[in-house]
Design a protein around this ligand. Sequence first.
Ligand code: DHB
Ligand code: FE
Length: 280
Amino acid sequence: MANLFAGVGTSHVPVIGAMMDHKKTNDPQWKKLFDGYEPVRQWMKKEKPDVIIMVYNDHASAFTLDINPTFAIGLSEEFHPADEGYGPRKVPVVKGHPKLAWHITEQLILNEFDITMVNNIPVDHGLTVPLSIACGEVDEWPCQVIPLCVNVIQYPQPTGNRCFNLGKEIRKAVDSFDEDLKVVIFGTGGMSHQLQGERAGLVNADFDIKFLDDLTQDVDRLVNIKHVEYLRESGSEGAELVMWMIMRGALDDDVEETYRDYFVPASNTGAGIIVLENKE
Ligand code: DHB
Ligand code: FE
């Protein structure tokens, strides 16, 4: 059977991908951030997951205000890097896992958790930067990836609680997939940042570190963080953190934090990364 054994939380700051693409990861300003990713890359090489379920958000690359699903799942064989204004990133094409993606879709919808089915979708920095962070510079991504896209751009975004419950349903679906696959789920985006308005540049390291702590120590508190609290404490884009609740909901209640790093500021953002593993 498929085994969802671990979760990774990570920010998706676009310039992190740009620094990799322009071979600037050893620049003094950036080296410490990239050194902090190395243990996660080693962990990925050791664990060799077959599939990543990548919970991410699109930034008006695939979905515009014309159509904006709250939750969408990518069912295709391949997903191409999006052109976000500077040409698509020259990273490998993302290979999907249609069979598992269809199984998750079927289980979710028949269990009354509706999700939008998407076939052809370009993937922007929300998906490719976390992959680059976890896998480094590669000719091919080392595993298949199921994009699970969440609207955190257009009000009203889903609540943290709804996201957590979606994670639980995804876990049930993966557990019932009749093929031996090692599956990791990523929650991406965040941590605290605000890109516009009077408070542009806001970072709240205390909020971020407490958030990382409570992924193991007080999940109930995180599940119940309301949007206004995200806005007030972590800035308008800090609300991307609801996507981490999908990741957390898909794991066991009892998890071990096996790695974390926190770096501030990466561009405008508090950049966090964490690895959580089921204890069983
Ligand atoms: C930045 C962070 C984001 O999450 C994003 O989507 C775009 C930019 C930033 O900090 O620059
Ligand atoms: Fe973002």
